[in-house]
Design a binder for this molecule. Structure first.
Ligand code: ADP
Ligand code: MG
Length: 249
């Protein structure tokens, strides 16, 4: 991890929806090669924070720099940003009428102008990486939830991103399929990918993340090295949250 160079830096970040102030002036950094897990109760602003990082949401105040881009700049090139910042959602978002391979080659061809054969070669490489090369010609409906999510991660990797954002990537999965997705994410982390992961998997956050942000009502209530935050929570709210997750230290 390169502590001299945050790849995501935010300061006094504010996001409102109408009269609802969802992010209440929060500050933080994510460093190159770092894995940050974002935890907190439903509705506390985790997805909103993550969505600000690739401009799915536009911030209302404060500063936000991502991979050298000023995200408050209205003239920002969104295609460029989203090439550099991949996102994986709870609900996979694969195109059902397209094969796995076509799902993976679509954006590289349309956005990066890669040739069909180049994009297919890259897609097969990433499918192999997530253990699904044999499913290249399958349709999403023919896959399990865990396999769909691994395909979605491979699709994101096909854009060669510098940063990967994950919004509860295992929340829609049957419990026995969670492990295979976490395994793929663990591999990416070990390879040095910069990742921000919203998750309710406390053991994974503790063991895979470098740091944890605990969000409460639009503020970072507690932040620190993953093991310390999970094993020695300081604030009452984090202690109560971990108890609710059946994860009291
Ligand atoms: P979390 O991911 O932590 O569960 P969210 O970031 O999704 O929380 O939501 C935080 C708050 O913002 C919630 O109260 C939610 O209802 C509200 N919210 C999120 N997106 C929108 C939106 N597009 N319009 C209005 N309110 C929203
Ligand atoms: Mg959410």
């Amino acid at each position: 991890m390169d502590v001299a160079h945050p790849v995501i830096a935010f300061e006094n970040l504010e996001k409102t929806f109408g009269t609802l102030k969802v992010l209440q002036g929060i500050s933080g950094q994510v460093y190159g090669g770092e894995v940050v897990a974002v935890i907190g109760s439903s509705g506390c602003g985790k997805s909103t924070l993550l969505r600000c990082f690739n401009r799915l949401e536009q911030v209302n105040g404060g500063k936000l720099l991502v991979n050298g881009h000023d995200l408050t700049n209205p003239a920002l090139d969104l295609n460029q940003l989203r090439t550099e910042v991949g996102m994986v959602f709870q609900q996979f978002n694969l195109f059902p009428h397209m094969t796995v391979l076509d799902n993976l080659t679509l954006a590289p061809r349309q956005v990066l102008n890669h040739t069909l054969s180049d994009s297919q070669a890259a897609a097969r490489r990433y499918l192999d990486k997530v253990g699904l090369l044999a499913k290249a010609e399958s349709y999403p409906d023919q896959l399990s939830g865990g396999q769909k999510q691994r395909v979605a991660i491979a699709r994101s990797l096909c854009m060669n991103p510098q940063i990967m954002l994950f919004d509860e990537p295992t929340s829609a999965l049957d419990p026995e399929l969670v492990g295979e997705v976490l395994q793929v994410m663990q591999t990416l982390a070990a390879e040095g990918m910069t990742m921000v992961i919203v998750t309710h998997e406390m053991a994974f956050a503790r063991d895979c993340a470098d740091r944890i942000f605990f969000l409460n009502q639009g503020r970072i209530e507690e932040e620190g090295p993953a093991r310390q935050v999970i094993n020695h929570p300081q604030s009452e709210r984090l202690q109560a949250f971990l108890r609710r997750m059946s994860f009291a230290a």
